[in-house]
Write a protein that binds this ligand. Structure first.
Ligand code: URA
Length: 189
């Protein structure tokens, strides 16, 4: 069985796909290692690659503000990505890169044992919830697997590009708050 420390050490040395060649940092994850809520993004951008931490750029600032709206912050959740190294020019991670990386997230999820998983955007929702997930139609809906409640919301970067998506996301966040109050024992929300 992994420990957080052994898993992180192993992951930071990963050369499982070609994204390893140009990275500055592996972006392993951030937050509470006993969090009941796991947020999953797509992959690191430039700032994340420079700092080794998920969601530290403009989209990350918006994510922090979104969490605050429902009385959450990084000390109450865990944040990880589908791929842990930055794709060039921030393109979508290729299937071969996602496949090479997904086991790290599986092992993180096994350690965390979250009650709720929130996918941030289409790429995470397709990988985690179902391959034909349609973010525009299916954001905010709930899915259950292995006793974990899962949902997806628009990616914060999409909310920066298109403010018209924000009201729907606020509704989704409030529904996540309701679900967390119901299911999470030690998360003050
Ligand atoms: N976008 C993501 O999906 N993940 C990050 O860590 C940063 C931006």
């Amino acid at each position: 069985m992994d420990t957080w420390e052994s898993l992180r050490t192993e992951c930071l040395a990963c050369r499982g796909c070609s994204l390893a060649e140009h990275r500055n940092h592996v972006v392993f994850g951030d937050g509470a290692e006993d969090a009941e809520i796991l947020l999953i993004g797509e992959g690191p951008g430039q700032h994340e690659d420079e700092q080794g931490k998920p969601f530290v750029g403009r989209a990350g600032k918006l994510l922090d503000d979104m969490l605050e709206m429902v009385n959450l912050n990084r000390s109450k959740v865990y944040i990880a990505n589908i791929v842990k190294c930055r794709p060039p020019q921030n393109r979508d991670p290729l299937n071969v890169e996602q496949d090479a990386c997904i086991d790290w997230l599986r092992r993180q999820t096994a350690l965390l044992r979250p009650k709720i998983i929130v996918c941030l955007g289409r790429i995470a929702a397709k990988s985690i919830i179902k391959n034909d997930f349609r973010i525009t139609q299916e954001h905010g809906q709930w899915f259950e697997r292995d006793g974990i409640q899962m949902t997806a919301i628009f990616h914060p970067a999409a909310l920066l590009r298109d403010v018209q998506k924000r009201p729907a996301t606020f509704e989704d966040l409030k529904a996540i708050q309701v679900k967390a109050r119901e299911l999470c024992q030690h998360t003050e929300i």
